[in-house]
Write a protein that binds this ligand. Sequence first.
Ligand code: PPY
Length: 278
Amino acid sequence: MEQQKPRVAIQGIRASFHEEAAFKFFGDNITTIECNSFKQTFDKLQAREADYVVMAIENSIAGSILPNYSLLLSYNFPVVGEVYLPIQLHLMGLPGVKFEEVKTAMSHPIAIRQCDDFFNEHPQLKVVESSDTAACAKRIREEQLTDTVAIANSLAAKLYDLEILERRIESNKKNFTRFLILTHQENAKNITANKASLCFQVSNEVGSLAKVLNTLAEQNVNMSKIQSMPVLGKRNEYNFYVDVEWEDNKAYDTAIRQVLKYTHNFNILGEYKRYVEE
Ligand SMILES: O=C(O)C(=O)Cc1ccccc1
């Protein structure tokens, strides 16, 4: 029987950076499920209307996307992969539109922040935030806006038939967004992992987090990221989200057994293969 295309839920619409990330992870042969919010992507997974979720978790300029950390914990779907995408931003408008005639530029806040230098050089442009880069491109096409441009990727220019007026307007050319891939428990088996995302709490005492970090170091397990989030309604209590990487599975297993002794509400959010640049 022919394998069904994976149904991948993303926040945003086709040709957004989330879809570009999904293509990078799964290849082009997927069915994209467009959602209005990150929460809705998880709801689609829960309702079995999607097989996977692709969700941005951090950006090298904008930093961690904190509400998405909470979603990881509240839905408890396993993380089964990650992908890093360079965010390459182009200025696009209806074919024939001249840059001198443009009054407004629209995009996602993260994309806008990445084009600070460009906007400083062009103070005449009114900058408008939107939920999704591709949605801006689509709107320009549908409403035939001749005085507006979108900042989006080349997928959006192609899909909504817009002309690129200026390429690569991002200030920092080495800017990446990290996306996580989540799925149902049964798809999480048989993954050869060398990275994990963990979440735990420690007591509010001298050295309690240090004990966890020392344990990881003793087992030669590298911590690649740490993020804390307050536990709702509890003063001085935090969830620590920690990503770890290892070479030796035994050392990782030992580290986890030890860490369990020093933490509470310990959760493995997922074990997966770390992303390697092609
Ligand atoms: O707006 C988009 O295209 C998105 O997918 C959100 C986004 C925007 C910029 C960087 C990463 C994700």
